[in-house]
Design a protein. Sequence first.
Length: 122
Amino acid sequence: MSSNESAPLTAPDCLFCRIVAGAVPATVVAENPAAVAFRDIDPQAPLHVLVVPRDHHADVAQLAAADPALLAEVVSLAELVASDESGGQFRLVFNTGPSAGQSVFHVHAHVLGGVELGRINA
């Protein structure tokens, strides 16, 4: 729930809102009152977990503008997962927009680790 303690923001057709609500199954690895972390169904590294806020925000820029404390909770949960599963060494990726690879428009952080990831050559 957002830091303003109101009812959670949801979008009825959003896959991640449905996962957060328990209506769609996922392998949840961690959660806190603000966010849920679950395994990616198409992992790109030995550790590939998605961390999503319980509140619906389309992307990380929207979340940062609307609720910076909630963004901090997402990052904190990502760090907890990485600490538990990859010794605290990880890459944290937020894709924003279709050209950047975002395919579900509920902000989510990809926690990647468990292997030497190398440099990103963009």
